[in-house]
Design a protein around this ligand. Structure first.
Ligand SMILES: NC(=O)c1ccc[n+]([C@@H]2O[C@H](COP(=O)([O-])OP(=O)(O)OC[C@H]3O[C@@H](n4cnc5c(N)ncnc54)[C@H](OP(=O)(O)O)[C@@H]3O)[C@@H](O)[C@H]2O)c1
Length: 251
């Protein structure tokens, strides 16, 4: 098992789903975890479960750079370093065809899914570069690499976030920065409930049993912090890839 003792890991979107599962996995591996989301109660409860010496909850909307910067500052003040930044927070709505989608809602989602990832990278990189290195993990999607009906915001923002993974690698690798994306496939979280309710495309018609549990991407994220994943620097690890599943002993 990966030992994260002495490492501080900040996770955005840690109030539920993949982010909450990742927080538990990193804490189990010995890391200090900093939990960000808008729902202060939920991250507060999770921090309580993990213990005050292990977890810090910082209410934060990732679409606001100053809040992300303040959360990174709080992480360093509390735990002394920032070693891993997991840019996981994301939204699927608005789900609608391009000719009907509400423009303001579209823009607000881009502020979370694309600018939120930029904000995480921008706030973390100076500290990591000063420290001689660090790991940036961005939650990607198959939607970063191909169009899906009704998901113009999601596909465009995930494609942009994928390019930010490549950019962080391009500019950061020589400075000790490891930047990778994780494309988890479909995961049994609230996001898939919203997708199912939309009924708009084949993903919405998947059976609930087709989805993997959030503990799988959490395990992959932990593995991505190790040198064993260095083949994937600057690109996405896909949990649909049977070789990766075998390597991680999943399913
Ligand atoms: N589930 C899937 O099948 C799937 C597949 C591929 C990729 N992904 C990606 O995986 C990531 C996690 O998704 P999930 O499935 O775990 O979804 P989820 O259960 O809906 O969780 C989304 C998380 O993002 C947070 N969030 C949303 N807007 C935010 C904002 N403005 N500021 C801060 N936090 C915000 C939410 O917390 P608050 O509401 O408390 O802010 C929540 O913790 C997303 O990037 C998603 O695109 C999911």
């Amino acid at each position: 098992m990966t030992d994260m003792t002495g490492k501080t890991v900040l996770i955005t979107g840690a109030s539920r789903g993949i982010g909450a599962a990742a927080a538990r996995a990193f804490a189990d591996a010995g890391a200090k975890v900093v939990l960000l989301a808008r729902n202060a109660d939920k991250i507060g409860d999770l921090a309580g479960e993990l213990g005050r010496d292990t977890a810090l909850a910082v209410p934060c909307d990732v679409s606001r750079y100053w809040e992300v910067q303040a959360a990174v500052d709080a992480a360093v003040k509390t735990f002394g370093s920032l070693d891993v930044m997991v840019n996981n927070a994301g939204v699927i709505e608005p789900i609608a065809h391009l000719h009907e989608v509400e423009p303001d809602a579209w823009g607000q989602a881009i502020d979370v899914n694309l600018k939120g990832v930029f904000h995480g990278i921008r706030a973390a990189l100076p500290l990591m570069i000063d420290a001689g290195g660090g790991t940036i993990l961005n939650i990607s999607s198959g939607a970063a690499h191909g169009p899906v009906e009704g998901w113009s915001q999601y596909c465009a923002s995930k494609a942009g976030a994928y390019m930010l993974t490549r950019m962080a690698d391009e500019e950061g690798r020589g400075k000790g920065i490891r930047a990778l994306g994780l494309s988890p496939g479909t995961v049994a979280t609230d996001m898939q409930r919203e997708i199912k309710a939309s009924g708009i495309n084949p993903v919405s018609r998947l059976d609930w049993s087709d989805h993997i549990p959030p503990e799988w991407p959490a395990k992959a994220l932990l593995w991505m912090c190790t040198a064993d994943a260095d083949d994937f620097l600057g690109r996405d690890v896909s949990l649909r890839d049977p070789d990766i599943r075998k390597r991680l002993d999943l399913g």
